[in-house]
Design a protein around this ligand. Sequence first.
Ligand code: CAA
Length: 392
Amino acid sequence: MTHYAFDHILNEEHRMIRDAAREFAAQEIAPVAREFDEAEKFPLETVRKMGEMGFMGIEVPEEYGGAGMDTLSYVLALEEIAKVDASHATIMSVNNSLFNYAILTFGTEEQKRKYITPVASGQAIGAYALTEPSSGSDAANMRTRAVREGDVYVLNGRKSWITSGPVADYVIVFAMTQPEKRHKGITAFIVEASWEGFIRGKQEEKMGIRASATSELGFENLRVPVANRLGEEGQGFKIAMTVLDAGRIGIAAQALGISEGAYEYARRYVQEREAFGKPIGEFQGTGFKIADMKMRIEAARSLLYNAALAKERAKTTGERFTLPASMAKLFASETAVYCTWAAVQIHGGMGYSKELPLERFYRDAKITEIYEGTSEIQRLVIARLETGLRLI
Ligand code: CAA
């Protein structure tokens, strides 16, 4: 597939990681993706191998066990993994852009060494716990409480829909320390799953990304040392939002990869498959779908790479990249749903069959419009930033 606008901005390192991820996806993930999807099984072995390849800490400096590369490298690698399997891409995205990024940006030197190093190398798995049974889009409305008692905080509460919850070794948990202050009373913590009072709920059964494990987490008088507070008391909501800006770039990369994976099948099929005595791509109803898929993919790529460059710049300027991140996430996720729908439609019965991965891509695409902020929340964020009005 030809990418027009962006090939010239890729340097040697970008091409190297993109090609390495492409090869890894073809050799290690493609052969097992269907099996893990069907069994709803977490692909621990490939996740460890991805860690060895450096894919679990692409932007993490080498001194903390990462690959020390830039945001564009991360996005390119994630896109390649998602072209083949969105579940592996989800696990990679949470480790890189929620867990590592949170600690890299807000953590102490000791926290970086202790927690990023094992996750960046694939030896451990990270998670990010914000959502609760009764607060989703209204994240500031959380009920989980953390009460300080000397040199520990005692945590009680429940988190839901936690990606990698059933397998995570370390979890970033957001809790209310001063409920009367509302969002300014939220604090972030790094919690170890082996600690007493850490309870994993049952694994959710999902429509898509079925190889990525999701569950509730519970905390019953869980004692978290003060040394494991991430940032300052009351800084938690800012941390949650800043980290989600990075996370949304990861989801946009995943969505772009899913779109491209589906598109490649469709582009080939319309040239090969014949109906009424000619290739189906010669029917406008089909050819126009190819045009729309290609255009939306390239537009999503523009928004995504632009967001990646904005995040890269922010490493030196400290500026926010909320707007480009939300636009990329919103457009790329809607592109993924469109492209997977169109690819299934073009393939007819073959698209609906499990013989091809298109039905899996179609199921997987939907989550990108939901997690890390629904499409409605992305529109709210964009409109608020553009108008200065408090859209709700
Ligand atoms: N960066 C830095 N600060 C930010 C910010 C950002 N992107 N967005 C908001 N803030 C700050 C604001 O500046 C404000 O600060 P002050 O109080 O100092 O002025 C503060 O946060 C509160 O902001 P708002 O008044 O805008 O907050 P709100 O309650 O109206 O919420 C929202 C805004 C955009 C709706 C937000 O709640 C949101 O993003 N909700 C969606 C939550 C979400 O994405 N959940 C996904 C769960 S994670 C997940 O899916 C992970 C997984 O497992 C894969």
